[in-house]
Design a protein around this ligand. Structure first.
Ligand code: PLP
Length: 392
């Protein structure tokens, strides 16, 4: 079978590959602590599950409107208007099966050969994959430890050209947990204000933040809502990864383009899932607050423990649920080290290089696992640590 050329430009997502390898190891009787996959280990809050059950009983089991149920789009518009201090309506909202399709469809709708798209490196692997698939030129923006895993505005300015069509921001950030300070977001907005550029602001970790001030969205700055796609969803905030429900808030013409791509692929998002989404957004938020508080506790304990491993140096990330230790002090290649930790220590994590060349020399651990498992994982790593000679 001969595949279309564009297929050779699509990448994958290493978290799913490592999960498969880890499961295969477990099938042979080995114990593995799973710190590779980015999903909350909490159950979906019961009132959301109840809303879905009720929706099934009420017959929300048929096709619905392509951009989403009007009530869900309205709830999203109200939520985003409130959190971002902007005025958006349901006509600006597209609900999709997970947030990923927003990424997929916006890039397909906006990027074509000759266009440049700036994206974070290290970053969520699907950004680069989709830019290439659409025929665009990916322009990596280094996210460096020396800058607290944020943006270097000068380096960003150097990357902006007349061909820049899309800029992807992700704050708080996967894989580093870093966040872009408000004043830097303001500076980015000022740099982009007069340009014919769309910003894809991936805000999937916006609620997972451990500082005092909530992360800023570029869409909140004057004139930017008109050129920004706010991408968010229910997967992380409400522990709903398997439900597949996400959304984008964007200028109306882009909603129409995304709907065209939706009708050609999914037709619509599952109706009863969307009913559950309404309950999630409009119902009590205490489960979210509790989950974030627990992530905060685990972050402190886990990063502290990782810093006790010879050759590891782990910054305290302000957001998301990932630790991204620098492991160059082990003098081992980070891919080799990630494989060693899985095979010898029974700890599944990801090589930072899976997220782009600037991620090499780091490992990504998801701390969305129990405190006991996190601390046990560090003990297991310490047991294999004599395999490397740390830089002293
Ligand atoms: N964006 C980032 C940065 C992510 O880490 C993820 C999931 O891991 C997504 C988007 C996709 O989320 P969803 O499950 O809603 O498709």
């Amino acid at each position: 079978m001969k595949f279309a050329e564009c297929m050779s430009r699509l990448g994958g997502e290493s978290a799913f590959e490592v999960l498969t390898r880890a499961r295969a190891l477990e099938a042979t009787g080995r114990s593995v602590i799973h710190l590779e996959i980015g999903e909350p280990d909490f159950a979906t809050p019961p009132h959301i599950v109840e809303a879905a059950k009720r929706a099934l009983d009420e017959g929300w089991t048929h096709y619905g409107p392509t951009p989403g149920l009007p009530e869900l789009r309205e709830a999203i518009a109200v939520h985003v208007s409130g959190t971002h201090g902007i005025q958006v309506g349901r006509e600006n909202v597209s609900a999709t099966p997970g947030a990923k399709p927003i990424l997929f469809f916006s890039i397909l709708a906006l990027v074509e050969p000759g266009d440049e798209a700036i994206y974070p490196d290290p970053g969520f692997p699907i950004y680069e994959s989709m830019i290439r698939f659409a025929g665009g030129t990916p322009v990596p923006m280094p996210i460096e430890e020396a800058r607290g895993f944020s943006f270097d505005l000068n380096r960003f300015r150097d990357r902006l050209t007349d061909k820049t069509r899309l800029v992807i921001l992700n704050s708080p950030h996967n894989p580093t947990g870093g966040a872009i300070p408000r004043e830097d977001i303001a500076a980015l907005a000022a740099m982009l204000a007069d340009r014919d550029v769309t910003v894809l602001s991936d805000e999937i970790y916006a609620r997972m933040y451990y500082g005092e001030e909530a992360p800023a969205s570029i869409a909140s700055f004057p004139g930017m809502a008109e050129k920004t796609v706010i991408m968010d969803g229910f997967s992380k905030t409400y522990a709903m990864t398997g439900w597949r429900l996400g959304y984008g808030v964007m200028p109306e013409p882009l909603v129409e383009a995304v709907s065209k791509l939706m009708v050609n692929s999914n037709s619509c998002t599952a109706s009863f899932t969307q009913r559950a989404g309404i309950a999630a957004l409009t119902g009590p938020q205490d489960a979210v607050v509790k989950m974030v508080r627990e992530f905060h506790r685990r972050r402190d304990a886990f990063c502290g423990a990782l810093n006790q491993v010879p050759g590891f140096r782990c910054a305290l990330p302000p957001g998301a649920f990932y630790a991204f230790p620098n492991v160059t002090g082990t003098r081992m290649d980070s891919k080799y080290l990630a494989d060693l930790l899985l095979n010898e220590a029974g700890v599944a994590c990801l090589d930072g290089g899976c997220f782009g060349p600037y991620g090499k020399g780091y490992l990504r651990f998801s701390y969305a696992n129990s405190m006991d498992n996190l601390l046990e994982a560090v003990e297991r790593i310490k047991i294999v640590a004599p395999r490397w000679t740390p830089v002293t």
